[in-house]
Write a protein that binds this ligand. Structure first.
Ligand code: 8YV
Length: 325
C-alpha cells in the first residue's frame, strides 16, 4: 500500500505527478481556515506532509499519530518545533541552497530600490510631478564602492556578497556564528563583531534564520549603532527585528531608509506606520518567489518526502540525528 501524504500548498502538476508515483496524495491546492478541519481529519492517518508556513507543534502533532516526515517548501523552518519532531522520531526537511541566488537578487533589488528611491520616484513620474528640472531633493545615494554589512553569512549571504563584490565593488563586512573562509577568500568579506558591522556599514542586510537566539536581534541599541545614512534591509524573518524600534529609528532619522521583504506580522497590517513612509520600500515576502525557484523548492521538498518515506536519507534533512519512527 502506498503511504498517505498531504500536500497543503499549491505545487506544479509535475511535482504532484512525481509524488503520486509512490504516494497517495490528499491535495489542498488552496489551504485556509475553511478547510483546516478537513486537513486535521486527513492528518489522522497521514505519513507525510508537504507545504510551508504551517505551525507544526505539539498540538498539531498530537493529531498526527502516523506522521513520519514533515517537508517544508522553504529554507526557514521557524514554523517547525524541531525538538518535538525529533522526540517523536519524525523527520523534518527544508529546501536550502536552491533559492540562494534568487533571494540574493531580491536583496540587491531592495538595496538599489532604497538607495535610488525607485518606487517613490516611480510614483512621482506617474503622478505628473516630473518638472523640467530634476529636483536635487530627488537624488539618491550611491551603492557601488560602499560598505555592505551582512548579518548571517550562509548560502544567501554569500550569494549577496558575490553580487556586491564583483558587481558593485562594495567592501563587505559580515557577522556570523562562525567564520566563512570561502566568503573571505572569494569576496574579500571581513569578519567583525555585530557592533562594528553596524557602526561601519552603509547598508545593513539581515539574513539570519529566526531562532530563539536571533529573535529581535536588531533592536533599539542596534539601530543607534548604525550610521544616520544607513539603509537597512531585511529579507529573513520579520521577528529578527524589533519592528517598533525600526519604526522609531526611521521616524527620528536614526537611519535613512529601509527595504523590507518581511514583517513581524504577515500579511502586514495596512495601518502599519512603515507603509506610509516614502523611505521604506516594501515587498510581500517574495524573496524566493520566481517560477523557476519555487518549482525547484517544491521538487526538492517532494524528493525529501518520497525518499524519506522509502526509508532512505532525504537530501536536505534537518534532524538527521534522530531515531526515525
Ligand atoms: C518562502 C522563505 O517565502 O524559504 C523561506 O524560508 O521565506 C521563502 O522562500 C516561504 O517559505 C514560502 O514557501
Amino acid at each position: 500500500m502506498k503511504p498517505k501524504v498531504i500536500v497543503y500548498k499549491k505545487v506544479d502538476q509535475s511535482v504532484l505527478d512525481f509524488i503520486q508515483k509512490t504516494c497517495d496524495v490528499v491535495y489542498f491546492e488552496k489551504f485556509d481556515a475553511q478547510n483546516y478541519p478537513e486537513f486535521l481529519h486527513e492528518l489522522k492517518d497521514a505519513q507525510g506532509i508537504l507545504g510551508s508556513g504551517l505551525k507544526v507543534d505539539k498540538v498539531l502533532l498530537d493529531q498526527a499519530p502516523q506522521l513520519q516526515i514533515v517537508c517544508n517548501t522553504s529554507v526557514g523552518y521557524d514554523n517547525l518545533d524541531v525538538p518535538e519532531l525529533s522526540e517523536r522520531g519524525i523527520m523534518a526537511t527544508n529546501t536550502p541552497e536552491v533559492l540562494n541566488e534568487t533571494v540574493a537578487d531580491t536583496i540587491m533589488g531592495l538595496v538599489l530600490a532604497t538607495a535610488r528611491r525607485m518606487p517613490e520616484l516611480d510614483q512621482r513620474v506617474k503622478t505628473g510631478q516630473w518638472g523640467t528640472k530634476l529636483e536635487e531633493s530627488w537624488f539618491g545615494v550611491d551603492v557601488h564602492h560602499k560598505v555592505l554589512g551582512i548579518i548571517g553569512m550562509g548560502g544567501i549571504g554569500s550569494a549577496v556578497a558575490k553580487r556586491a563584490h564583483f558587481g558593485f565593488d562594495m567592501d563587505i563586512l559580515y557577522h556570523n556564528r562562525s567564520r566563512n573562509d570561502e566568503a573571505e577568500q572569494k569576496y574579500g568579506a571581513t569578519y567583525c563583531s555585530l557592533e562594528d558591522l553596524l557602526k561601519q556599514s552603509d547598508f545593513v542586510c539581515v539574513m539570519t534564520p529566526l531562532t530563539p537566539q536571533t529573535e529581535k536581534l536588531i533592536g533599539k541599541r542596534e539601530f543607534e549603532y548604525m550610521k544616520k545614512t544607513a539603509i537597512f534591509i531585511n529579507c529573513s524573518r520579520g521577528r529578527v527585528v524589533d519592528e517598533g524600534a525600526l519604526i522609531h529609528a526611521l521616524n527620528t532619522g536614526e537611519i535613512q531608509a529601509a527595504g523590507l521583504d518581511v514583517f513581524e506580522k504577515e500579511p502586514v497590517d495596512f495601518d502599519n506606520p512603515l507603509l506610509s513612509m516614502t523611505n521604506v520600500v516594501t515587498l510581500p515576502h517574495i524573496g524566493s518567489a520566481t517560477y523557476e525557484t519555487r518549482l525547484k523548492m517544491a521538487m526538492l521538498a517532494a524528493t525529501n518526502l518520497v525518499v524519506g518515506l522509502q526509508g532512505e536519507i532525504p537530501p536536505t534533512w534537518i534532524n538527521r540525528e534522530i531515531q526515525v519512527r
